[in-house]
Design a protein around this ligand. Structure first.
Ligand SMILES: [Zn+2]
Length: 658
């Protein structure tokens, strides 16, 4: 009694990667339409009447690899900015370029390129997260690959949505239209806890639960993220997202680098899948995930390349090898993540992490025919031993390269035969990619040439051009100032006391101006810090004019400093940097009907014995500036400083800068 089938693969070393790691050598795989109907020893071939037989010539047949976390359209941004910290890389380069260039055309092209690269490296299924995810889904389906397509949701405007409400509505629409697609599983992808609000996390989880689709996100990638979560929410990331009901959905969490034992158990209990992305975590210096422990406790941990601009490739062979080696090196135990288990992470366990284990990840009857052929005959793979049944896994994990993959079948259709791609036009895609690279290069070269444009690119900068007239004088004692302020010559409107830390960045071209990063710590009567704030100002060319002892200066662009000083330093790459630290008492006073700020500064850095008195006022015209300059000269004398002893140097110059 024989059964007909569409395709019979014979003369192969079949690695099923099932629970028991069953292998058949030689073995066969029988396929009808998109499904595997039988896997077994060579003798089983007699039971099938195939429409087509493919003699595998002794190659390995195994499940297609599952790339558990990536951002495929970013192939077009590969190599754009490297060797940077995560925040500088992401906020300084990726997000501004994405805001400018990402549209459905970009996404489709980037995805097609990624599919070509992934098929070549034996991947048949991947979990993605990006903008315009529907374009990712279309290009992926056209290439014949399987994917979990996560539509990004963020708390700020993104290339494909003006607000998160828009983004959630688009995600719902995308999921409802693609839900029954044979290759694509649509999903909401709230980017990360720190880029989403509790509302977004809750809404995404509810949406995923409603349509019974997975939810794709980034969790606990850096120590910084975890420390912030502890500080802001009083708990690490996993319990906090649990409070937002995230685990009501079938979660696929990328990274999980910094999770403790309790969090690992929670991930296991909530049946969350994890994607381990060793290259990305090493390249961005995020750390090493406790993968061996996660697996030991039963978490489904897959392996992912992450996006091609933080890796910089989509090569799962490299990723699998690194995962195995890294776990050994960091635990000091060469027996952890043995080759069979690591290869299972890249196939069966990875598919489960994506919540697609019922469809793919192993060669078993009833699953989809997603498989690859690997040629183990090249020099770097020779010779082969048979004594240890696991040596074939070691060969694939430690010695094989993605170029050894010769044929790829997905959903019962050939995507590559003898290393020829059948569903993607590699040549034309490369030409189009080159075109994008030219345009992006041009955009960044223009931006890099201007400190102002760089400041605007990271967002939040407001053009607030202001002109000020100001005079400065040194005092040996502040007594004359206090006395004058108490007299009725002037009226004190309000006063404040703070500690000010200024860092000035200057550039080779002085016309670019200077960037000042300023941190104020407000002090109460007892000298205790009650509040702090930081901001960033781009100061124009210092002197617009002089009126005797009074200077006219200009500042442009002011922005709340939402990042660290270190971030701005690495982002702006100043030619020189100067620090000024002072204890400042500041009064807003009215004198002769005009309001002035009076600053009494005690310089701490650069250290100085005396006090500095500064008088400033906003001005709108040269004429107004001239009038105010005259009053400032008088006011200097009233406060005990002689106008002819006024200092024209600013604090940067006092600190040794020019
Ligand atoms: Zn990622």
């Amino acid at each position: 009694m024989s059964t007909s089938c569409d395709l019979l693969l014979t003369n192969a070393i079949v690695l099923t990667l099932d629970e028991a790691f069953t292998t058949y050598n030689p073995g066969i795989v029988a396929i009808t339409q998109e499904n595997i109907i039988a896997v077994g020893p060579a003798t089983l071939a007699a039971e099938y009447v195939p429409r087509e037989t493919v003699d595998c010539g002794g190659k390995v047949v195994m499940p297609g690899l599952v790339n558990a976390h990536t951002h495929v359209p970013m192939t077009l941004l590969r190599g754009l900015a490297d060797d940077l910290r995560l925040d500088v890389w992401l906020l300084g380069y990726m997000l501004p370029v994405e805001r400018e260039f990402v549209n459905p055309d970009f996404v489709r092209l980037g995805t097609s390129l990624a599919c070509a690269e992934m098929i070549r490296s034996g991947i048949t299924c991947f979990a993605d997260m990006y903008y315009y995810e529907e374009a990712v889904a279309e290009a992926t389906a056209a290439a014949g690959m399987r994917a979990l397509c996560g539509q990004t949701v963020l708390k700020f405007p993104s290339p494909d949505a003006a607000s998160y409400e828009d983004s959630l509505a688009a995600t719902r629409d995308f999921i409802s239209r693609w839900k029954s697609h044979p290759l694509i599983v649509p999903a909401p992808a709230p980017h990360a806890p720190y880029t989403c609000t509790p509302d977004i996390l809750q809404a995404c989880a509810a949406l995923a639960a409603e349509f019974d689709v997975p939810l794709h996100t980034h969790l606990s990638e850096t120590l910084f993220e975890v420390e912030n979560s502890r500080r802001e929410h009083g708990m690490p990331v996993i319990p906090w997202v649990k409070k937002q009901n995230l685990f009501e959905a079938k979660v696929l969490a990328a990274h999980c680098v910094h999770v403790d034992e309790g969090e690992i158990r929670a991930l296991k209990n909530f049946k969350a899948g994890v994607s381990h992305n060793p290259t990305s975590n090493l390249k961005l210096a995020s750390g090493v995930a406790p993968v061996a422990r996660m697996l030991e406790l039963g978490v489904n941990v897959g392996i992912g390349t992450d996006g091609p601009s933080s890796n910089n490739d989509l090569d799962m062979f490299e990723e699998v090898r690194l995962a195995a080696i890294l776990a050994k090196g960091t635990t000091g135990d060469p027996t952890v993540l043995p080759a069979p288990q690591t290869l299972a992470m890249a196939t069966r366990i990875g598919a489960r992490a994506l919540h697609l284990g019922h469809l793919t990840g192993s060669l078993e009857p009833g699953k989809r025919a997603d498989l690859i052929l690997i040629d183990l005959s090249p020099l770097h793979n020779s010779p082969s031993f048979t004594r240890d049944p696991n040596s074939i896994y070691a060969q694939i994990v430690y010695a094989a390269k993605s170029t050894d993959v010769t044929d790829v079948l997905c959903h019962g259709k050939w995507l590559m035969r003898n290393r020829n791609l059948l569903t993607v036009d590699e040549k034309n895609l490369l030409l189009a990619a080159r075109d994008y690279a030219k345009r992006i290069d041009h955009f960044l070269i223009q931006r890099e040439g201007s400190v102002l444009q760089k400041l605007v690119a990271i967002g939040g900068a407001v053009e607030q051009e202001s002109f000020e007239v100001q005079a400065k004088a040194q005092l040996t004692s502040p007594e004359t100032v206090f006395k004058a302020l108490q007299s009725d010559v002037l009226t004190v409107i309000r006063s404040v006391h703070y500690h000010e830390f200024d860092t000035y960045f200057s550039f080779d071209d002085p016309a670019q101006g200077r960037v000042r990063y300023r941190e104020d710590e407000y002090l109460n009567d007892k000298g205790q810090v009650t509040n702090a704030r930081a901001r960033l100002t781009l100061m124009g060319e210092e002197r617009e004019g002089e009126f005797g002892s009074v200077l006219l200066s200009r500042s442009r662009y002011i922005a709340p400093a939402t990042h660290s000083l270190r971030f701005y330093r690495e982002y702006f790459k100043p030619a020189a940097e100067h620090e000024v630290e002072k204890d400042r008492r500041r009064w807003l006073v009215a004198y002769k009907g005009v309001e002035f700020f009076v600053n009494l500064d005690k310089l701490i850095q650069p250290a100085s014995a005396g006090f500095y008195l500064e008088i400033k006022s906003r001005t709108w015209s040269r004429r107004d500036a001239k009038d105010k300059a005259a009053i400032i000269s008088e006011l200097l004398a009233v406060l005990g400083a002689s106008p002819d002893k006024a200092i024209k140097a600013d604090y940067v110059e006092l600190a040794g800068g020019s």
